[in-house]
Design a protein around this ligand. Sequence first.
Ligand SMILES: Cc1cc2nc3c(=O)[nH]c(=O)nc-3n(C[C@H](O)[C@H](O)[C@H](O)COP(=O)(O)OP(=O)(O)OC[C@H]3O[C@@H](n4cnc5c(N)ncnc54)[C@H](O)[C@@H]3O)c2cc1C
Length: 424
Amino acid sequence: MKLDSYWLDTAPPLLSACEGPVDGQTDVVVIGGGFTGLSAAQALGKRGAAVTVLDAGRIGGGASGRNGGQVNTGVAQDFVALVAQLGVERASACYRAFSDAVDTVEWLIREENIDCNYIATGKLKLASKPHHLAHLEKTAEAIRREVDTDIELIDRSRIRSEIQSDSFHGGLLQRHGGQMHMGKFAVGLAEAAVRRGAKLYENAAVTAIVKDGSGFRITTARGEVRARQVLIATGPSRHGPFGWYRRRLAPIGSFIVVTEPLSPELLAQVFPNRRAYTTTRLMHNYFRVTPDSRLLFGGRARFTASERPSDAKSGRILQEGLAAMFPMLASARIDYCWGGLVDMSADRLPHAGQHDGIYFSMGYSGHGTQMSTHMGQVMADVMDGHEDQNPWRESEWPAIPGHTGKPWFLPLVGTYYRIKDIFY
Ligand SMILES: Cc1cc2nc3c(=O)[nH]c(=O)nc-3n(C[C@H](O)[C@H](O)[C@H](O)COP(=O)(O)OP(=O)(O)OC[C@H]3O[C@@H](n4cnc5c(N)ncnc54)[C@H](O)[C@@H]3O)c2cc1C
């Protein structure tokens, strides 16, 4: 079993990263080479800006290359709860923003001719308990009434036509959405940014950002560069001069296992419509079939950060969950196991804008493959003076109370969710 991301292990190599030191003067420095940063670099380059992307590690090696492979519409949290929190108008605007984000991914794939196995088969949220279906029904009614008619409630009598498992009592199908090979998308987007003139630097961790005249001086592990504008696209970064952001995000570990390739007959029987699947538990699971016929199965497993050796422990918990849900797959060999960090905000909504003259976009809360890509495009507009394009411009972003930048509270939150899940 490889303790590595399947997406990164099976992606083509990125051939166009810069060698040599980071130096000189540029229009925009983008810190972070995930989907937010790469999409922003592509869009800014298209407008004629000189862009330098700096990543502490491998381009696409953060959450963007380590996720569940789903490109879903709909908000991270339950729509009914979001309406209670924000009112119908703002909740509907949030939902629409996620729908637009799926469109942005599909458009970019076409525009830049990115080969990433995208299929638009929608998302099926599966009710793990009988009363969860009643809640999904209420959610479906609210979504259909306010914002999206392209959804369908699958009741208990029909759920077997969607998935061969005794674990579910129905589901909510949102058709607008898809899935793709995240490593291929990351490399494709990076090459597109380079075609638009961007320079990409790997292993260039940013250690300081200092105001310098009308711009900024950015210090990295590979040298210094000056820029007129800076965009921080670092997700839940645990190093570098990003304390203000760290106090606003909880870096929550999420883990994934991938099986050996499975027989097409078996897959056609268990997952006939090849949806992106999630479950309704608080400690939920998400899964899908990969382009080469493996099952990718993920979940929170443990409330802990992802660290290479201990990811295997989370993998074993996931393997047990997979076997309980799909007994016919219990003996499938596990070929990959890895973890990543989700940039969870307190309101589980993205946050983007400007702080101390520096632009930022993050906080996608586990629903960011589409939103980070979308926000990269949006931030290019915002940095060009069109602040009104930012769908998150009106939301406040206070620090998480008691959060000093180190997530000491995660084990407590984990215990709380585990207990809550029993009664939920
Ligand atoms: C296990 C897991 C499963 C997920 N599943 C899904 C899913 O199925 N669907 C979905 O929509 N979303 C999912 N997500 C969330 C989604 O992957 C992220 O929201 C999205 O990829 C965020 O992109 P990003 O570019 O903002 O951040 P990232 O991809 O994390 O990129 C940030 C980059 O910043 C770099 N960086 C950090 N600090 C520094 C520094 N000091 N200097 C320079 N560079 C730095 C990092 O190296 C990294 O490459 C999942 C996330 C995880 C972890």
